[in-house]
Write a new protein. Structure first.
Length: 263
């Protein structure tokens, strides 16, 4: 999901959709400054600053990971002292005044941003249970639209890129998770006696959440070697090559071109 934030209506949508990120946690803050060379002065001058905030929060049993990129930043407060932690979000405040967007991420203004526009991106998962923390490595993709592909489609695509795999369906849960289409383990196929390490991934696909398209979630639950990294990268490549959407790699949202990079 991607949404441009420029108007009062956009701010209302943001607060309604996220519930102000209440109870969420800021996991990353990035400040990027773009400079260009000024021929008259012979110096590099700053053209624009962008502040990006990554927030993990839950709503109605759904885990959401959101990235808010605030562009053309004219004022920034990023302040922490006396062991205080503004990473826990009690609920943000927003304002549009004099064609400027203002975001307060904590009541004391320790994280405060003024900008001209913002871009909101988000990936949603069907649950926020503790099991997600057990994964050594995780990759999530949420399509903009469409239905979940089949297991056969994924296996055929992996055959075509030279990574044949076999599928082991997961044991049916006593209480199936809402929206799950299929889940199980993807294991690289090996010829008996042949070279090569076996790699395995837990794969879970789920239906639309928050009005978006289907989702795909990959997890490694053991120490990941080169073969495991390659398998995860190739699955990510075939999915993002066929569908448009947003990727979550580790704890970072990635643009589509980054999400589909091959090893």
């Amino acid at each position: 999901m991607t949404h441009s934030i420029t108007t009062v209506d956009d701010l209302r949508w943001l607060l309604t959709h996220t519930h102000g990120f209440r109870g969420g946690q800021i996991t990353d803050v990035h400040v990027a400054k773009r400079r260009m060379f000024d021929e008259e002065s012979g110096r590099d001058v700053m053209v624009e600053s962008t502040v990006t905030v990554l927030i993990r929060y839950s709503s109605n049993g759904i885990l959401r990971v959101a990235k808010l990129s605030m562009q053309a930043v004219s004022d920034l407060s990023l302040f922490e002292q006396d062991g205080g932690d503004w990473a826990i979000v009690g609920g943000i405040q927003v304002e549009l005044s004099e064609e400027k967007l203002r975001f307060w991420f904590d009541p004391h203004g320790n994280l405060y941003v003024v900008c001209e526009e913002a871009v909101f991106e988000e990936v949603s998962l069907p649950h926020a249970g503790a099991e997600r923390e057990e994964a050594v490595e995780q990759w999530v993709f949420q399509a903009d639209r469409g239905e979940s592909p089949s297991v056969d489609w994924l296996l055929n695509q992996l055959d075509q890129v030279g990574m044949p795999c076999v599928w082991k369906a997961a044991v049916r849960r006593e209480r199936p998770l809402r929206g799950i289409c299929w889940e199980g383990e993807l294991v690289t196929a090996t010829v008996q006696g042949g070279p090569g390490s076996v790699a395995a991934l837990d794969v879970q696909t789920y239906g639309p959440i928050d009005g978006g398209g289907f989702g795909v979630r990959l997890q490694c639950r053991r120490a990941v070697g080169r073969a495991g990294h390659r398998l995860l990268s190739l699955v990510a490549h075939v999915v993002t090559s066929a569908y448009a959407g947003t990727c979550l790699g580790g704890r970072s949202l990635l643009p589509p071109e980054e999400g589909r990079k091959r090893p």
